[in-house]
Design a protein around this ligand. Structure first.
Ligand code: AMP
Length: 532
């Protein structure tokens, strides 16, 4: 067979040739912007010319600090297809962390959305030679800024020719880089190759993954600055799907309106977004009947959430598990044909698991003694993964020792091969030498009708070393109308008595990380002196 290189340039050429009239929609502060793949491909070529004119060559890093928009999509293709490396910096990291990752990646140019100018002006950046501002009003001018030189994205594009001879690339060349969200230590860079992203795009489109096709209208809510928005923009472009981007500072109203008005069929976000959306959909009537699938992952999806969307709107939430280091998709929780005959309760329980490994990857789950665990749904161990879209090192770091990515996630595997995350190694609660799963406790608490969100952490205990503390956010209508005792009572029927939290605190909000996951580090610090 031919050693034909798998590159993102193939997506671009295909989209331009086969789907010139399909739409890309982007909500900007100035209003909804809409254009076609034909226009998109032309602007990608213009952008590639601009990058070359600004001195960007093969392997150079090009940074972005940007929301989900058509311009970010243009950068997703122009940068890697001209041979450079797209570094999507996470705008929700702390200022120090943002400066750290841009300096560590040695970005030569930084593309930023207009509203992020004040943030970037306060960063101390070593390598950036040019700033390019993406204005909300395409005909506007760049505001006065201390950043120098600061170009206007649209002016630059107008100056670039719409013809660009994209170079032949080696499929193993780096295409992108994303830093882990850094809840412990400094963020670490993960480099994605053209080959990895191409194979990941194909895998995402498999029927038992997310089945993307030309017929879909795809709206990635998950940020384009975090793990390539789960690869959705690349897969959607490859198959020629209509794409919808919710723009800067998006909120639930914007998501719901875009789903309704653009007839979105597939959308993706972390569970906290779907929890908040449920409240918006309960408050105002929107027609979300076009949705065929909601993809959710990044954190455990409560069964109660899956059930609520199913019952109220008939929309399946399909859970996936992945990591920055895995591009990110690794497992998807889709029922097999035989499982469709199971009771509703059993089906829900299965969908609440993280699912089965998608084709192309290999997994191994080993216990504390390094032994492979049995697939019995009871034994647990650390999940390890390898495959063509799995990182083999961190940027500027050493190759991982044994050829496997050690995920730090503790899982069980049932007889059907469905993985269930029991916990992060560091989030497990060790009580008297036995493990308590904080995830299982959170799921059980969040199933309570008066509870909006819950996070469970370990607190030091004289006798048992650690005991669980539950931090609960009541639904607004039940604030002050919920008691610790009724929560404990509800848990008693599902969980062993020794798992029950020793203390329950009601809080306003669960602190979130830069990518919307529960930030237990903050809660641990806040409640470290609680006496149990
Ligand atoms: P990140 O690299 O920031 O995307 O974080 C990856 C980590 O998020 C994984 O190692 C898991 O601990 C967690 N995670 C991702 N997806 C899920 C999921 N569906 N359920 C539970 N945890 C998840």
């Amino acid at each position: 067979m031919q050693a034909y290189p798998l590159t993102l340039t193939n997506h671009l050429k295909r989209a331009r040739a086969f789907f010139p009239d399909k739409q890309i929609v982007s909500k900007l502060e100035a209003g909804v912007f809409r254009y076609t793949y034909r226009d998109f491909a032309g602007r990608v070529a213009q952008l590639a010319n601009v990058l070359r004119g600004l001195g960007i060559g093969q392997g150079d890093r090009v940074g972005t600090l940007a929301w989900n928009s058509h311009r970010h999509l243009e950068l997703y293709y122009a940068v890697p297809c001209m041979g450079a490396v797209l570094h999507t910096a996470n705008l929700r990291l702390s200022r120090d962390q943002i400066a750290y990752i841009i300096n560590h990646a040695e970005d030569k140019i930084l593309f930023l959305d207009e509203d992020l100018l004040p943030l970037v002006e306060r960063l101390s950046l070593d390598s950036v030679r040019n700033f390019v501002v993406m204005l909300s009003d395409p005909h506007g001018t760049v505001p006065t800024t201390s950043l120098r030189p600061a170009h206007n994205y649209e002016d630059l594009l107008r100056s670039g020719s719409a013809h660009f001879e994209f170079p032949e690339l080696d499929e193993n060349m780096p295409a992108g880089i994303c830093y882990t969200s850094g809840t412990t230590g400094e963020p670490k860079g993960v480099v994605y190759s053209h080959r990895g992203l191409s194979l990941h795009s194909l895998a995402l489109c498999l029927p038992d993954a997310f089945a993307l096709s030309e017929r879909d209208t795809v709206m990635p809510i998950v940020s384009m600055f975090h793990v390539n928005a789960w690869g959705m923009p690349y897969a959607a472009t490859m198959v020629g799907a209509k794409q919808v981007y919710p723009g800067p500072h998006p909120d639930c109203k914007t998501f719901a309106e875009l789903i309704q008005n653009e007839r979105v069929t597939l959308t993706a976000a972390v569970p906290s977004v779907w929890i908040a959306m449920l409240a918006e959909l309960d408050r105002v009537h929107y027609d979300i009947g076009s949705l065929r699938t909601i993809a959710s992952g990044g954190a455990a999806v409560p069964q109660s959430l899956i059930a609520a969307y199913e019952r109220k709107f008939g929309v399946p939430i399909v859970q996936a598990w992945g990591m920055t280091e895995i591009s990110p998709l690794a497992t998807v929780s889709r029922l097999t044909a035989a499982m469709e005959d199971w009771s509703e309760k059993e089906r829900l329980r299965q969908r609440g698991k993280q699912g089965r490994l998608i084709p192309g990857l290999e997994m191994s789950v080993v216990d504390g003694q390094g032994r492979e665990i049995a697939w019995d749904g009871r034994q647990s161990g650390e999940l390890r993964i390898r495959g063509p879209w799995v990182a083999d090192r961190y940027y500027k770091g050493q190759q991982f020792a044994d050829g496997w990515l050690h995920t730090g996630d503790v899982v069980t595997v049932d007889e059907h091969g469905f993985v269930q995350i029991v916990d992060r190694t560091k989030d497990l609660i060790k009580s008297g030498g036995e493990w308590i799963s904080s995830v299982a406790l959170e799921n059980a608490i969040m199933a309570h009708p008066k509870v909006l969100e819950a996070a469970v952490i370990a607190v030091a205990h004289d006798r048992w070393q650690e005991r669980p503390l539950a931090c609960i956010v009541p639904k607004p209508e039940f604030r002050n109308l919920i008691t610790k005792e009724e929560i404990l009572e509800a848990l008693r029927s599902h969980l062993p008595a020794w798992w029950l939290p020793d203390e329950i605190v009601f809080i306003e909000e669960v602190p979130k990380t830069s990518v919307g996951k529960f930030d237990k580090k903050v809660l641990r610090e806040r409640f470290k002196n609680v006496q149990l």
